[in-house]
Design a protein around this ligand. Sequence first.
Ligand code: SDX
Length: 425
Amino acid sequence: MSAATGKKAVLQLDGKEIELPIYSGTLGPDVIDVKDVLAAGHFTFDPGFMATAACESKITFIDGNKGVLLHRGYPIDQLATKADYLETCYLLLNGELPTAEQKVEFDAKVRNHTMVHDQVSRFFNGFRRDAHPMAIMVGVVGALSAFYHNNLDIEDVNHREITAIRLIAKVPTLAAWSYKYTVGQPFVYPRNDLSYAENFLYMMFATPADRDYKVNPILAKAMDRIFTLHADHEQNASTSTVRLAGSTGANPYACIAAGISALWGPAHGGANEAVLKMLDEIGTVENVAGFMEKVKTKEVKLMGFGHRVYKNFDPRAKVMKETCDEVLGALGINDPQLALAMELERIALSDEYFIKRNLYPNVDFYSGIILKAIGIPTEMFTVIFALARTVGWISHWLEMHSGPYKIGRPRQLYTGEVQRDIQGR
Ligand code: SDX
């Protein structure tokens, strides 16, 4: 429970004083408990939740000014370089990194749940082949609700925990199939002899014609690190969506589908796809200056830049850039779009317009260049983000259900018509 500091904020309202309790966490700003404002006949007003702590959480901490991201206290750069994605999943779910034995057991659990009910594969046929894979993911992950609707008691901690494993295990299968469906290739089933990232790339790129298909270990390692860098990020828009849906007692598969929907937007997880499209449109370094002018006149945004919380470098962007250099170097790829991205970053970081607005590269700025090097098509970038973030979403869902919670129900400032009667009828 948060530490009540005994400190209070005093609000002067209509000639009265309202004492509002102040709580402290272990890190980050204190919070003011404003619920007593209601008794005084007022609501607080904070569109976009710029200054609102919607819940208490122990999972992830972000310091936007210092560019710090901790998962259960561990810095993201250490997790990305000294742990793998499934260890990070275990950490987010359980609060501690797994021991060697726990890792083997967790890994085996996930591997044994990668298959989906065979009837799930029939949902894909309802989509046009040119459907965006995120549209497919919203549909098929939501459809999983129907397969567990009757044997999922969210009040039962064991049911909740197996649901987390099922989602972490099955979303890669559905993600790979959402790609296979759009390219007209047969679905490739998961294998229990491959690591998590290898299995995903195997299901993405193996075909029945190539029985000996082997995943390049360099690509598997890069994929695993990208998963880790996207695993969780505090109360972002899609995680808040999952929590809000979960607060109604909704089926967790439906909650995750809601998170996928929210992530899809270009202001959020859809930015990685938008970055590559932006780089394609700019084309060459010679066009950067003209593009930047359009950014300053607000005709376009510099996608992959800026963040609601980070007013300094996004620590994930730094690791992503290092990974970019490693992967492209190891593969001997000289991608002109990397040079273009670096020139955009150089100009932005030295330009008053961006400096004044604290606009730095975020997690999405370099990720697309690595994903392209791995062979992932642009329209699959946000699906990769959703795959990786599933553990973050379900960890927050579990945390919410592990204690008392209330249905989320914000209010509003109403500025519409006052009551009036229908006339002349
Ligand atoms: C993710 O919340 C999370 O944690 C999300 C995430 C996660 O892991 O879950 O980190 C993942 O979503 C990363 C962000 C990906 N989105 C993009 O890269 C899209 C481009 N970025 C912007 O749309 C924007 O920066 C946001 C949405 C990310 C943040 O928007 P805010 O906090 O509401 O900031 P704002 O729009 O109020 O911007 C402040 C100023 C404005 O200019 P002025 O009105 O002061 O003149 O900065 C400008 C904005 O116009 N601005 C940009 C810009 N982002 C903000 N100008 C040009 N290009 C940009 N990218």
